[in-house]
Write a new protein. Structure first.
Lengths: 368, 496
């Protein structure tokens, strides 16, 4: 069958890349395809163009569904187009969803955002030894006896010695037939990475901003876990003071205090110095805030800590500034103007949910 | 597992066809083709048709489908189109048990296309028609350039959903009335009087005033359209200042929209029907004992419950099963409805045995809305744990709203009405007596998305070439959104 979809496909790719039809650019969005990882549904960042139509607003449309729960319980996930009978005009397609592994997710992300693979810093490599049961031996404990191999040996012997008959296929292994699993030690070069996330949890960071941070960290985690064997993650929050918390607290806590960003940078530098020497670790630090800092003085202090204690030692320092109604949002400009000469500092401005993938591309697109 | 050859797969078709016929399914001749995933993705992007007009959105669909397959997010098992003969595409890489199931599924879809009332007006030679559309569009591209034509198609697609989904089945107006000009000029009715009394009983000033009123009525009556017109595309074709090629493109988009519409209107029923039949045919006739586990896995995947979403395969399948059981056991009619004894109702069985007959009748006469409206019962909702959900504005999340039958049914029907899209009609083509186009959104609970509406109005303006407006409700106040040709404006309509 000969089809002509290539032309249409090329045309679509060109629109996405912004080469033709500029007027459609504003309708490009990402992330409509839904995959599953464990219990969570994840949108995959596939580009698509959404032509405008008269349609209902996002909020307020109810629907019906099936499952457990009491009235008032939140629905898992966004029902999206869900409701009943999505108004598809497609003929009878029959689709199914498949669960994704972390590796697959990372590959998709890499493909779609054209991310380069990370070159680990060529410093001291940590060699780890690992025993794997891949070999076979004639001696060993009974608990490791390889039944299949043992029977195969017995069968071979019986056929060769003419004891085997098709009518009475009895196979009895004797001592010499026994085979056991045995291990081989392999040496694996391993590069380790640590990710230090910092977030401003002052009063001006609302749920919406935190949701964006959550999605960003999800994709950053996915990518770095894909690139490194062992990844440790640390979470720091700050308002006027900084402290270390666990993952759940990181995303749920909210303080009312002011914002002193240097407190977080100070803590970050301290953790790095004590636990993660740059010779042995690939260090990634990301900081998310709405860009509203306590004072100019503190801005200067931040720049100083970054220049002297953090940037020389990390693979990457990413600062993501999330748009907020309250923040003045000048911190990103300050960093841009005052820190030069470091190509491992990435600044990214994230106005809304749709910009998340662009921002991830900013952060990870350098292959560091 | 060995790869199946075309012959292996097609050799089971006669058996399945025979069984389908024995069950009473009535289908067009079906031509199966085995395709690889790339071809399948291309076909699916084209809506199942081998030839469509050139447009990037088919490329977009292809991009998503082929990646979805490559990334293992989804698999298309089958694709069937509503034509006579009916073409169905099977994925070459699927094992034989899947092919059997899918072929049984396809026979039921085809039976549905052929017999369901809502498909009765569709063009069964649509493959040729689509190919003709492609030729026509290519000709326009040759004459006017790709960018010009493509942009106009973009514009048309933006208003593609403004059609009257029910118009093929009813007559909205009893024929065209004769033109008003042809009708004799109406005279004011006078009270009877002797001639000399006339000017007192029917004073000239009064007659004058009445006359003016009448004329005004006649002018009003000539308003365009006379009644709100739901088929906005048709209205534009008839009244917008379009060039010939633009008119042609608009008519192509509209024709295709009407062709696909019944599939949206019967999604739950059609998938439910096909699922019911593949399960019946497989378990009763087709399944080899060695295939049971693979079949069970595939079938359970098809009717799986996705949290937060209602799976049309599942709900349609379960409802049809429920109807079959109710009519088999005589659980319908006055006696059953009026019975108050819960226990008696639970074990009610008159051995009526009308189930099969009933579901065949249902597949002939119903669409999703009437299907849910007629056959969804309180017992069914309870048994299958249905609930309704709504958006809670205070904490910005969707929440379970209720498990009450009434609410569930109402929500379901709401989402099915007009294929879940806002109901919009042309109200006035001479708005403010300046040839501006006024649309009306028939408001029911949910607001329109303002940004989308603004951009859609812009596209509408590109067709109408004069300012366009739509009236709706925003924050419970009547609002008028307009695109003047330069800018988008929002005006509150003062109440009266």
């Amino acid at each position: 069958m000969l089809l002509h979809i290539d032309n249409d496909h090329n045309r679509f790719r060109q629109i996405i890349k912004g080469k033709i039809k500029e007027n459609l650019r504003k309708y490009i969005s990402r992330g409509e395809m839904v995959g599953r990882k464990g219990k969570d549904l994840i949108s995959i960042p596939l580009p698509q163009i959404d032509l405008p139509r008269f349609q209902f607003g996002d909020n307020g449309r109810g629907g019906a569904s099936q499952g457990d729960g009491e009235p008032g319980d939140p629905l898992g996930g966004d029902p999206g187009d869900g409701g009943a009978g999505e108004a598809g005009n497609q003929p009878g397609q029959h689709l199914r969803e498949v669960e994704l592994t972390l590796e697959e997710l990372a590959e998709i992300l890499g493909d779609e955002l054209e991310l380069p693979n990370i070159q680990p810093k060529g410093k001291k490599e940590i060699i780890s030894k690992k025993d794997r049961y891949t070999g076979i031996s004639r001696v060993g404990p009974e608990s490791l006896r390889h039944f299949k191999r043992t029977f195969r040996e017995a069968l071979k012997r019986q056929i060769v010695s003419g004891q085997f008959t098709y009518e009475r296929p009895h196979i009895v292994p004797i001592r010499e037939d026994y085979r056991y699993r045995s291990w081989k030690t392999t040496k694996l070069p391993e590069s380790n990475a640590v990710i230090i996330y910092m977030m401003d949890v002052s009063g001006s960071m609302w749920d919406e901003q935190k949701h964006i941070v959550r999605l960003e960290t999800f994709w950053i985690d996915t990518w770095l876990h894909f690139q490194y064997k062992g990844v440790i993650t640390r979470y720091l929050i700050h308002d006027a003071q900084a402290g270390e918390v666990d993952r759940d607290t990181f995303f749920s806590v909210r303080e009312n205090g002011g914002t002193v960003i240097s407190s977080a940078y100070e803590l970050c530098a301290k953790i790095m110095q004590e636990n993660y020497p740059a010779e042995e670790w690939n260090v990634y630090a990301f900081h998310f805030s709405d860009g509203d800092n306590w004072s100019r003085e503190d801005n200067k202090l931040c720049a100083e800590i970054l220049r002297e204690k953090i940037l020389p030692k990390v693979n990457l320092f990413g600062y993501g500034q999330v748009e907020s109604t309250y923040g003045s949002g000048e911190f990103i400009d300050f960093l841009d103007e005052n820190i030069t000469g470091f190509d491992n500092l990435v600044l990214s401005y994230i106005p809304d949910k749709d910009s998340i993938y662009d921002s991830i591309k900013d952060f990870l697109g350098k292959g560091k | 597992m060995q790869t199946l050859t075309e012959k292996d797969v097609l050799s089971i078709q006669p058996e399945i066809e025979k069984i389908a016929a024995q069950y009473g399914l009535d289908y067009f001749p079906i031509i199966f083709e085995l395709v690889d995933y790339d071809t399948m993705s291309q076909l699916a992007a084209y809506g199942g048709f081998p030839v469509r007009y050139p447009h990037w959105r088919f490329g977009m669909e292809y991009d998503q489908l082929s990646k979805g397959y490559r990334y293992g997010l989804q698999t298309i098992y089958e694709m069937v189109i509503n034509t006579n003969p009916c073409y169905a595409y099977l994925m070459r890489s699927n094992p034989l048990v899947d092919q059997k199931l899918v072929m049984a599924h396809v026979y039921a879809h085809c039976d549905f296309f052929k017999n369901n009332y809502y498909f009765s007006h569709t063009n069964r030679k649509m493959i040729d028609e689509m190919a003709n559309h492609a030729i026509r569009v290519r000709r326009h591209i040759d004459a006017h350039g790709l960018d010009t034509v493509e942009s106009f198609i973009d514009t048309c697609l933006s208003i593609e959903n403004l059609i009257d989904y029910h118009s093929p089945y009813i007559r909205r107006q009893a024929g065209k009335k004769e033109l008003e000009e042809a009708a004799p000029r109406k005279a004011v009715k006078k009270l009877r009087s002797k001639k000399y009394m006339d000017r007192y009983i029917n004073p000239p000033e009064f007659i004058e005033a009445q006359m003016k009123e009448l004329e005004k009525q006649q002018v009003d009556h000539r308003a365009l359209p006379e009644k709100p017109e739901r088929d906005v595309l048709l209205f534009l074709m008839e009244h917008a200042p379009l060039q010939n090629w633009q008119h042609d493109i608009l008519s192509i988009i509209r024709e295709e929209a009407y062709y696909f519409a019944p599939q949206g209107m019967t999604k739950i029923m059609n998938e439910g029907w096909a699922t019911y039949w593949h399960s019946t045919m497989m378990t009763e006739k087709l399944l080899h004992p060695s295939e049971v586990i693979d079949y069970a896995e595939h079938h359970s995947g098809t009717i799986a419950n996705h949290p937060g979403r209602l799976n049309p395969y599942r709900i349609g399948f379960l409802l049809l099963k429920d109807i079959e059981e109710r009519w088999n056991k005589g659980r319908f009619g006055k006696a059953y409805d009026e019975c108050e004894d819960i226990l008696a109702k639970k074990y009610w069985d008159t051995a009526a045995g009308l189930g099969r007959q009933k579901i065949f009748e249902v597949r002939k006469l119903y669409n999703d809305i009437t299907f849910i409206d007629t056959f969804l019962t309180e017992e069914f909702c309870r048994e299958h744990k249905l609930f309704s959900f709504a958006y809670n504005k205070s904490n910005k999340q969707y929440e379970i709203e209720s498990r009450e039958f009434k609410m569930i049914k109402q929500r379901l029907l709401q989402n099915l009405t007009n294929l879940g899209q806002p109901i919009i009609s042309v109200l006035n083509a001479n708005f403010q007596n300046r040839g501006e186009l006024l649309l009306q959104h028939q408001f029911e609970e949910t607001e329109l998305d303002k940004n989308y509406a603004a951009d859609t109005l812009k596209n509408l303006h590109a067709v109408w070439k004069r300012p366009v407006h739509i009236q709706s409700l925003l924050e419970e106040r009547p609002v008028l959104w307009s695109f003047t040709g330069e800018e988008f404006k929002q005006t509150w309509i003062s109440g009266n």
